[in-house]
Design a protein around this ligand. Structure first.
Ligand SMILES: [Zn+2]
Length: 250
């Protein structure tokens, strides 16, 4: 079994290094295929060993081998997060069609979270990939179509209402919830909404308490939806059952 987990981590780290390219280039409107990976500071093209995820960052001690400029910690962070996410998905779904599509969704969530956190925007290009993947997944899956329509209505509908009424979220957040609803059923959509509001509130309060953000600052919501969705994918039904028991207990 450890062989599978090791494989999942390495695969995740390699995919993560590609997500780094997406995170850097998509919001800057650059092509993700050319030019090949290079240092953004001196333009030096990376050698083969410098493309090895995680290990190269540690070997180079986080600096470009040519000009010595700092490589943002984000690079190794994204590789580690993607690697660990793949291990958790392997633990939850094994090697299966479901696990494959959930991995696609998680790649989406990781890239757009980092882009949203830095640029305060969730690019349509990234949502489009998730949308197409989600439609393919739905066509392959035998689950009831109404389950998913309900999820899309709840997820996309609720956030759309918040966008239109309060303006405290962006359209990207609503569209993202719609995409997630293609991958999980309506119960997990509810769990995702619940978790993202709780995590968002807690993190916002902490950011304000430490004066990192002011009361009027815009705090991107995409990362909270992403964390909520990931936790829901792994433990959503336990959370739904726990919550239902809690309400019945009253
Ligand atoms: Zn350099």
């Amino acid at each position: 079994m450890y062989v599978f987990y090791t494989f999942a981590f390495i695969l995740g780290a390699v995919v993560g290094s590609f997500l780094n390219v997406i995170i850097y280039r998509v919001p800057r409107n650059q092509s993700i295929v050319s030019p090949p990976s290079h240092c953004p500071c001196c333009g030096k093209r990376l050698k083969a060993y410098e493309l090895v995820p995680v290990a190269s960052y540690i070997l180079l001690r986080g600096r470009c081998s040519h000009c010595g400029s700092r490589i943002p910690v984000r690079y190794i962070a994204v590789e580690l997060i993607t690697g660990l996410s793949f291990v958790l998905l392997m633990w939850r779904f094994g090697i299966s069609v479901e696990g494959l599509f959930k991995a696609l969704l998680v790649c989406e969530l990781i890239s757009l979270s980092f882009i949203d956190a830095e640029f305060m925007v969730i690019p349509d290009k990234i949502l489009a990939v998730g949308f197409i993947g989600g439609i393919v997944y739905r066509l392959m899956d035998s689950a009831g179509v109404y389950d998913y329509l309900l999820g899309i209505l709840l997820g996309f509908g609720l956030l759309l209402a918040i966008v239109l009424i309060t303006g405290s979220m962006g359209m990207g957040d609503a569209k993202l919830m719609g995409v997630i609803a293609l991958y999980v059923d309506w119960k997990l959509v509810l769990a995702t909404l619940f978790l993202s509001f709780v995590i968002g509130a807690v993190v916002s309060l902490i950011l304000m308490a430490f004066r990192i953000k002011g009361h009027k600052d815009y705090i991107p919501f995409g990362p909270f939806i992403s964390i909520g969705a990931f936790v829901s994918i792994l433990f959503g039904y336990q959370i739904v059952n726990w919550y239902a028991a809690l309400i019945r207990g009253w």
